[in-house]
Write a protein that binds this ligand. Structure first.
Ligand code: AHR
Length: 501
């Protein structure tokens, strides 16, 4: 048994909990849209063909915002293919994922789905094969009141009111050679700045996200952010980050410490953005949009081959285990800890494609293991994020050297008096006896405590056994202003304390 302790106080505030950290992502990729959110004829489908079971799970997941329509998909997308009478919409080759796009779902359908799911939309424009003119067109279609060609077209298509989307991504991963319309940092920075200026002429208070690097391991990482922001600093609000984690060569110890990489990635982009701001003598602070993050077994994806042009093929339908869920819980801890600078985050993706929700055509929908830490964190993290001083033993990893066994963050809601501690034990074999000092919070009691853990780290949820891994009530003890919890090996825990004074 290892020992660790946490010190926290309601006075050690990092920043308010940003609800936009609980974002997700719906891309026209694989079965995320078709047979994911949309499946006319499914027993739970509503009048618009949206699956009721998937909508219900989306609400339960606690998603606040959804990025749409891609991803790599967006860099070849013609938004106008997806509006107007469905029967007249063209079928197109979708080059990013080698499939056929029927365009049965487009902007107006997605907006309807988002209203039902009660989520904000983050809309990405195509800056791969397209540019300023098409970004202005899609903005006119979506956000202009009426009395112009494209806003009247939207009205004629049944959406009288403008869609009112405020948060826009200026393209996707244009630093990546795989991206349609891949660009140098200078080419992209100029295009992003020009597109941003044009969009702001149409609607000054939009929030705009410039593409950062598609991962911190890109050879251009750092230089890309610096060049893009030099060119677009005054025009954009956020810079994006994307990161996916997986077990490499069986190295589970490093995988369990993936949040160390996320912390470092965030700190590096903040430093780069601030250095550009300093060079430009600007008092403005750029915030971060971590608009793609998750566990993704890319090695398995590289083995997937598609030669046929299919509609909604099965692409990267990763099945997650309990170890993946602990890593996802830890990545959420990292995002919360950085809520002073990370303004938006989207887990990629929502359903079927590396997703917390799985669905079968004509069949059930179920929660993957990674659903649970996301849903609990979204439900419980309220008020202010607190800095936590952690005293923890370390363990050795190949990728990151010695890292703390325990990682934690806390939130405190001044209105309800609730304090929530989110904590992981990354050790593969040792439980941790954790002591959390609560003297600064007055009299408290434990309102609820949950742990995601399984003695078998490879336990998964499947269509036939959908609740093999669920959060279990966690035993806790309160003694002399301290909370005592035994954290099992490879576990993620959330404890909500409520004030009794
Ligand atoms: O989420 C899957 C893909 O990962 C996205 O389309 C792309 O942006 C990223 O490389």
């Amino acid at each position: 048994m290892l020992n660790a302790s946490l010190a926290l106080s309601p006075d050690y505030v990092i920043a308010p909990v940003r609800r936009r950290l609980f974002g997700s992502f719906v891309e026209h990729m694989g079965r995320c849209v078709y047979t994911g959110i949309h499946e006319p004829g499914h027993p739970t489908a509503d009048e618009d063909g949206f699956r009721g079971d998937v909508l219900e799970l989306t609400r339960e997941l606690g998603v606040e915002l959804v990025r749409y329509p891609g991803g790599n998909f967006v860099s070849g997308y013609r938004w106008e293919d997806g509006v107007g009478p469905v029967a007249q919409r063209p079928v197109r080759r979708e080059l990013a994922w080698h499939s056929l796009e029927t365009n049965e779902v487009g902007i107006d359908e997605f907006v309807r789905w988002a209203r039902k799911a009660d989520v904000e939309i983050m809309y990405a424009v195509n800056l791969g094969t397209r540019g300023v003119a098409e970004a202005l067109d899609v903005h006119e279609y979506m956000n202009h009141d009426g009395g112009t060609h494209l806003s009247d077209l939207r009205r004629a298509n049944g959406s009288e009111e403008p869609h009112g989307v405020k948060l826009w991504c200026l393209g996707n991963e244009l630093d990546g050679p795989w991206q349609l319309g891949h660009k140098t940092a200078h080419e992209y920075g100029r295009l992003a700045a020009e597109t941003a200026r044009a969009l702001r002429q149409a609607e000054p208070d939009l929030e705009l996200v410039a593409c950062g690097s598609s991962s911190s391991s890109m050879p251009t990482f750092g230089e890309w952010e610096s060049t893009v922001l030099e060119l677009a600093y005054d025009e954009v609000d956020h810079i994006s980050l994307h990161a996916y984690y997986e077990v490499i060569d069986g190295d589970v110890d490093s995988f369990l410490a993936s949040a160390v990489n996320m912390d470092h990635f965030i700190d590096s982009v903040v430093a780069t953005a601030d250095a550009v701001g300093a060079r430009l003598k600007s008092s403005k602070k750029i915030t971060l949009s971590f608009d793609e993050w998750n566990v993704w077994y890319m090695k398995r994806f590289q083995a997937e081959t598609r030669t046929e042009w299919e509609v909604a093929p099965r692409v990267i339908e990763d099945q997650y285990d309990v170890t993946d869920a602990v890593v996802v819980g830890n990545l959420l801890i990292s995002l919360l800890r950085h809520s002073d600078r990370v303004a938006v985050a989207c887990q990629a993706q929502l359903v079927n494609v590396i997703a917390p929700i799985r669905s079968e055509p004509g069949g059930p929908a179920w929660r993957q293991t990674i659903f649970h830490p996301f849903a609990l964190t979204s439900r419980l993290a309220r008020g202010q994020v607190l800095r936590v001083e952690t005293s923890s033993p370390t363990y050795s990893t190949k990728q990151f050297g010695d890292v703390p066994v325990v990682d934690a963050v806390a939130t405190h809601d001044g209105e309800t008096g609730d304090t929530v501690v989110f904590v992981v034990n990354r050790h593969r074999t040792e439980p941790v006896d954790l002591k959390v000092g609560l003297a600064a919070f007055g009299d408290v009691e434990v309102a609820e405590a949950w742990t995601v853990h399984d003695p078998d780290g490879s336990a998964t949820n499947t269509e036939t056994d959908p609740d093999r891994v669920v959060p279990k009530p966690q035993d806790t003890t309160l003694v002399d202003d301290s909370l005592l919890v035994v954290l099992p090996p490879v576990s993620w825990t959330a404890v909500r304390l409520t004030s009794t004074s």
